[in-house]
Design a protein. Structure first.
Lengths: 520, 447
């Protein structure tokens, strides 16, 4: 019970540690905000609703009798609560967010505005299709843009996120193999891959075989070819890869994969590096998911919602999940069943028709940039990463030679014998007002720091970031270890005890024992 | 281009620092055969005015729910969203942040997710909930897969009253993930599932209220499942119903998989929505998805972190409990804000309003010649049997600017017995005039 009671934050000051000496524990604009459950005014409500006139219940005696336990708050309290919480977040709106492989770029507000148009937000997926021609048009237009940009003939739009798109792709591969009576058991995944790749392959019943990287940070082709065989269903390869490097032998890799009768799945998480300049179809891939939130700027929202359309070749297209939108003599048709042209579809992967709200945002982004602007997006993203690389090459350590794509990978050799770790270095960046880069990923590089500036940072912003990184590297070398080990200091919370969080999980608030009677 | 801050002179200067003479040099690793010389064949950049015009034109071709009498539900419900919800979720600190991997500067997201997890656990009557999944249908299949991990068994028994999309998603995953799905005929009225629970059964999946709106007590089924070593998975497609109905946790459910769209989230033509997932403490290490846990920082102050991540793909890779990475963070925030605004009193009143609206509508429609109410019980949605194919009736009413409901044949076109069934929903937004229009329209169309 002690664990639960600790969860209760109250307005009382006596149980609020205040290491900085204020009465409240607050520090100016940084406010200690209690949980909503600690702000309960029983019976209070932030929405004025009328009580219905008496009526005969049809709940069949299954009425809820117990109290739910939800707190009552007025609108001002709720608005203040969540506004205060928002102040405890770092965001792309507030600063450079160099989280490699995550692509934290500016989220245009036009996209938010358009996604909220009643004709797009206030339409139901099960309205008669005759009442939503504009919705089908929008989805079809998005698919057209994605087809032209990828060079692929078909797009599956229903996956709800990148990892869901991976599942869609590998299921399509398995369906295609089964259709030709070919049972294969292994999927090849480079060691540098995102964790979702092996997790997806395993979820689809495949054994995962890891492929090492070579000295240049790319797939070791000899190792790949040694593992290819008639039992391999697919290779899952991220390109540009998670070291921020283009797999320069990708066309040859595709050829060897195909020669073995396997499919080539491309993880399109880093499509933003090549959009408008390279069509994945020209690289020989069979399918690729696209994270709309990465390449096409739909907001990350603190972890979703995402959207993961999958581009497919002709050989995999028949297996695309439902629903399909197809061109018919009378305009666009929505196919919701495994019949007709969609007879071989692998079926449904989520409810309804996909992440429409994300489609609107992505299409608005594409239209805003146009074919020329999208190409510029890729170029500026790659230019910015290489600029950081060029300016930091002498200060931080680079595991691989040559230029990079949209993100630059450092390792921790520059911290050798300083007593400062990658984690410490990242936490010190927080004190300087920056979100850290991706740490310890990819796994093939020791103490990895993966920096992705994106195309939406100004040169001044990049220059300032460079100066901060240089100064921190110099501080580490000059022996200022405690500055790093104690960082961050100027944050709403300092380093948190993740070990005890996992050992004795407290995953929800519960009423204090003294209040429990009242709650039940 | 308004979203790109670099100027031409910046670019030239940066290329100089890098030590290359053109941007093409930075793409030198791309095989020659794959280089595009110029922009692809798509429209060029547009200003806000043009983009807004083009997309607004598409939007204007649709009949929006708010512009007509509207009675469509079947897993997605039109409710009033308080203005504060949309304001708060558009704060850039929420909208434009990433998954809270750096807890020191993500306490805002982490704290609301902890509040979200608590709200979901309270509503469902369960002990613990995760930080959301994609939607109700994927939450349902994750529940089935989790039951397989917990029990070490591979057969899932599914009631015919589970939402057809949830059922179809489970069928897809069953084929590829490798479990057996024994799904029953989708007919109103339910079936005896008890006979199908055996020593190979990992779980029984039911929905409450079911797809046709019927409400049932699953307490006995839960006991039978538990006696057989199986889990009971309860799907809730209309989360608001739990403001009025006994929650699955009180009926003995082991996992609740739900759709949370009704709170805070617009129809959005079916997505994004928010999957809710709740279970018992003892199964927490088999859960899919992100979890936020409470802890302390080095100063001893309470804070939150993502926890139990050794279940997850970024740590465990091919041995993860699920391949899920992203959840529905911002939709979960909308849910949390809306539920915080409602509170206990507001949520239960909102649920009563919905039930009252549906009861009023059902009583009126029962008076229409040829219309038969199928349900014995219901919350805010019910099924009626019509004397004609429901799809035709819905089309005819749509021409009269009434969106009357969902013909069950849309989901089961091959089942003749479903042809005349129509699902009709009413919520707090439904007015008496809306009901007048539906009733009058039905009288004309059916006469």
């Amino acid at each position: 019970m002690n664990d639960w009671s600790r969860a209760i934050s109250t307005h009382r000051v006596d149980d609020m540690p205040s290491p900085f000496g204020t009465v409240t524990g607050n520090r100016g604009l940084q406010i200690e905000e209690t949980l909503i459950f600690g702000q309960d005014s029983p019976g209070h409500c932030g929405v004025d609703l009328p009580e219905p006139a008496p009526f005969r219940s049809r709940l069949g005696g299954l009425e809820r009798k117990s109290r739910i336990g939800l707190p009552g708050l007025s609108e001002p309290q709720v608005v203040r609560h969540f506004t205060r919480l928002s102040h405890n977040n770092y965001a792309i709106d507030t600063g450079l967010y160099p989280l490699g492989s995550c692509t934290m770029k500016h989220n245009p507000r036009l996209n938010e505005k358009l996604a909220r148009l009643p004709g797009l937000a206030d339409i139901h997926p099960l309205q008669p299709v005759s009442t939503v021609p504009g919705a089908l048009e929008l989805i079809d237009t998005l698919a057209h843009w994605l087809k032209v940009l990828t060079g692929m003939p078909a797009i599956a739009l229903s996956p709800a996120a990148g990892a869901h798109g991976e599942l869609c792709g590998i299921m399509s591969v398995r369906a295609a193999l089964e259709a030709r009576g070919d049972r294969r058991s292994r999927v090849l995944v480079p060691e540098s891959a995102h964790g979702t790749n092996p997790a997806t392959a395993a979820a689809c019943g495949y054994t995962v075989d890891q492929i090492p990287a070579d000295a240049t940070g790319r797939v070791d082709r000899a190792a790949l070819e040694a593992r290819l065989g008639s039992d391999v269903a697919a290779l899952m390869l991220t390109n540009p890869n998670t070291c921020g490097l283009f797999e320069s032998e990708i066309i040859e890799i595709a050829a060897t994969v195909h020669a073995a009768g396997a499919f080539f799945y491309c993880d399109g998480a880093n499509f933003n590096a090549i959009v408008g300049r390279v069509r994945p179809a020209d690289l020989g891939i069979d399918c690729m998911h696209i994270n709309l939130h990465k390449t096409f700027s739909t907001p990350h929202g603190g972890g979703g919602p995402g959207s993961g359309p999958v581009a497919l070749t002709e050989s995999l297209a028949p297996y695309a999940p439902l629903p399909w939108i197809v061109h018919g003599p009378d305009g666009l048709r929505l196919l919701e069943h495994k019949a007709g042209p969609a007879e071989h579809s692998l079926g449904r992967l989520k409810g309804f028709h996909g992440q429409m709200g994300m489609f609107v945002r992505a299409l608005a982004y594409m239209m805003s940039h146009g074919s020329d602007g999208l190409r510029q997006v890729a170029e500026d993203a790659v230019l910015s990463a290489n600029y950081l690389r060029g300016r930091l090459a002498g200060e931080l350590s680079l595991p691989f030679p040559g230029t990079c794509m949209h993100e630059v990978l450092f390792d921790d050799r520059f911290l050798k014998e300083t007593g400062v770790t990658t984690l410490d270095f990242a936490k010190a960046l927080i004190d300087e007002g920056y979100h850290p880069m991706t740490m310890y990923f990819p796994l093939i590089v020791h103490g990895a720091m993966l920096v992705e500036p994106t195309e939406t940072e100004s040169k001044a912003s990049l220059d300032q970031f460079v100066e901060v990184l240089k100064a921190l590297a110099a501080a580490a070398r000059s022996g200022e270890v405690s500055r790093f080990r104690t960082a961050p200091i100027f944050t709403p919370r300092r380093r948190l005890d993740e070990t005890s969080a996992a050992r004795k999980p407290v995953l929800r608030w519960r009423p204090e024992p003294a209040h429990r009677d009242a709650a039940e | 281009m308004r979203y790109l801050p670099l100027t031409e002179s910046d670019r030239a200067e940066m290329l100089g620092v890098i030590g290359v003479d053109s941007i093409d040099a930075l793409f030198a690793d791309v095989p020659d055969a794959a280089h595009l010389d110029g922009p692809v064949d798509l429209p060029r950049a547009m200003g806000e005015i043009e983009v807004e015009r083009l997309i607004s034109r598409m939007a204007a071709r649709n009949v929006s729910a708010g512009s007509v009498p509207f009675f469509i539900g079947a897993g997605v419900y039109r409710h009033h969203i308080p203005a504060a919800v949309d304001h708060l979720i558009q704060r850039g600190e929420f909208l434009t942040s990433y998954t809270p991997y750096q807890p020191e500067i993500s306490q805002g997201t982490l704290q609301y997710l902890f509040e979200f997890q608590t709200q979901v656990a309270l509503l469902t009557g369960m002990e613990v909930a995760n930080a959301s999944l994609y939607d109700g249908a994927t939450a349902c299949v994750e529940a089935v897969m989790m039951a397989g991990r917990v029990t070490g068994r591979r057969k899932a028994v599914m009631a015919g009253g589970v939402h057809p999309h949830y059922r179809e998603v489970c069928e897809t995953y069953a084929r590829f993930v490798g479990f057996e799905l024994q799904a029953h005929d989708p007919v109103p009225g339910g079936e005896n599932l008890v006979a199908h629970v055996d020593r190979d059964t990992s779980c029984v999946v039911v929905q409450n209220p079911d797809f046709y709106g019927e409400i049932r007590d699953y307490s006995r089924l839960a006991r039978i499942c538990h006696d057989a070593g199986a889990l009971l998975v309860v799907v809730v497609a209309e989360i608001l119903s739990l403001g009025a109905i006994r929650p699955p946790g009180e009926m003995g459910a082991d996992i609740v998989a739900a759709e949370g769209q009704s709170l805070g989230n617009a129809l959005n033509f079916g997505g994004p929505h928010v999957g809710l997932f709740a279970t018992r403490d003892k199964f927490v290490r088999q859960m899919p998805g992100r979890l936020v846990g409470q802890t302390v920082d080095t100063d001893g102050r309470r804070g939150w972190v993502l926890t139990l991540s050794t279940r997850e793909q970024h740590i465990r890779r091919e041995r993860a409990t699920s391949n899920i990475c992203t959840n529905a963070g911002l939709c979960a925030l909308a849910f949390t804000v809306h539920l915080a605004l409602l509170g206990e009193a507001g949520l239960t009143r909102l649920a009563r309003l919905n039930h009252a609206a549906a009861v009023a509508l059902a009583e009126r429609l029962e008076q229409v010649p040829g219309v038969r109410l199928v349900n014995r019980t219901f919350f805010n949605e019910f099924a009626v049997q019509l004397p004609r194919p429901a799809a035709e009736v819905v089309e005819a009413l749509a021409e009269r600017d009434v969106l009357a409901g969902v013909p069950v044949s849309r989901f089961y076109p091959e089942r003749a017995e479903a042809a005349d069934l129509l699902l009709i929903a009413a919520t707090e937004i439904t007015t008496r005039e809306d009901m007048d229009r539906l009733e009058a329209g039905l009288r004309v169309v059916l006469s």
